[in-house]
Design a protein around this ligand. Sequence first.
Ligand code: ARG
Length: 454
Amino acid sequence: MWKGRFQQQTAALLQTYSESISFDWRLWPYDIEGSIAHSAALEKAGLITAEERSAIVEGLREIGSEIEAGKFNFRPDLEDIHMNIEAELTRRIGDAGAKLHTARSRNDQVALDLRLYLRSECVALDSLLSALQSALVELGERYSDVVIPGYTHLQRAQPVYFAHHLLAYVEMFQRDRERILDCRKRMNVLPLGSGAIAGSTILLDRHLVAELLEFPSVTHNSMDAVSDRDFAIELLSALAIAAMHLSRLSEDVILWASSEFHFITLSDAFTTGSSLMPQKKNPDVAELTRGKTGRVYGNLMSLLTLMKGLPMTYNRDMQEDKESVFDSVDTVKAALGVFAPMLREASLNTARCAEAVADPNLLATDLADYLVNHGLPFRKAHEAVGRAVARCAELNCELNELPLAEYQAISELYGADIHEVLQVQRSMEARKAVGAPSPGNVAAELSRWKALLS
Ligand code: ARG
């Protein structure tokens, strides 16, 4: 492509070192789409005839079908997807193909391809996230009356509906969707027409190209347009956060599936056994997802580090952006894809949950609230319940077994009705604040999400 300036062939070693076709080939649909739109602007500017444009469009479509069918021969000596497609087009249709790169550089071309690719992946990610949210809502609905201990510091804290716990993740994934669709807005700007760095002396109608490719706007600075990868960094950052959420959900699933918790049972189809220990049933989906979060973070760090020292404008370093971008998109899509069916097939061990939630210590705060309702300042109520808990430890009993006389020795505000306070159902009914897990609130949230996700 640059033989005019050179007397020697590129060293085979450099060809191997510098090729990107082995990974950027997958940008082919976007490269073709972009070239088809570009050719419309060339025709409008009178640089190619209508016949030449038809030959270009037809040739590109043929090449596209061959790539899709796995029949296209990618040449590493042609470096990347852009030159592979253009060279093959020119081989097939001659001079019309050789005119395609007028007023265009691979610098604005690759920026365009990447934006087009990620723009469509944002939509795919959004629907996978939505499917996962639906799986969480369905699981919550299936066990809508099950209460489990909620934890802080992984110590039993207060009772919550299992559905409330799942809906916490639905909220997180909703924010992920918002972040992804928000960064898609800034991604959705046409860079083509920026040339290598300074546009071109040949004027093309950028707005026509934007319209054909469904970009609502065009970039305003050619230097920024060819050297900007913010849109990819933003998406990788949103994906890192989504992966963190998936990893936390994984950790909950792993804990819940352990013999110690035994809150859930995962289906055989989404677990694996051990080659040695016959009894094992391992939560590999969750473990792999937790593990893969590392590479999703790594990809974000790679891209940020790749960009930090680059002088304006395009530098070849930027070719290194692709593998990180592809890997984060592929990894998060795969994790979302397998998590939803795994959750759909999970079952809750309701007897075990009931046993765990029967721990009266989960209602110690309710007891303090009871004393507050009888006029004691909260700090003093906290202490009066703390002393009851300590007394239980001494007597080796639970809060609901401690005799009333023992309670009253601590505070005369304790009445015979404290045993009603130590009822889980009553405690749940009382948690009516917006966002808190009363049965009514949780049911309303489940149906709100169901409607939103349908
Ligand atoms: N393969 C290159 C990349 O991915 C395309 C742009 C090449 N531009 C250039 N001036 N060498 O970044």
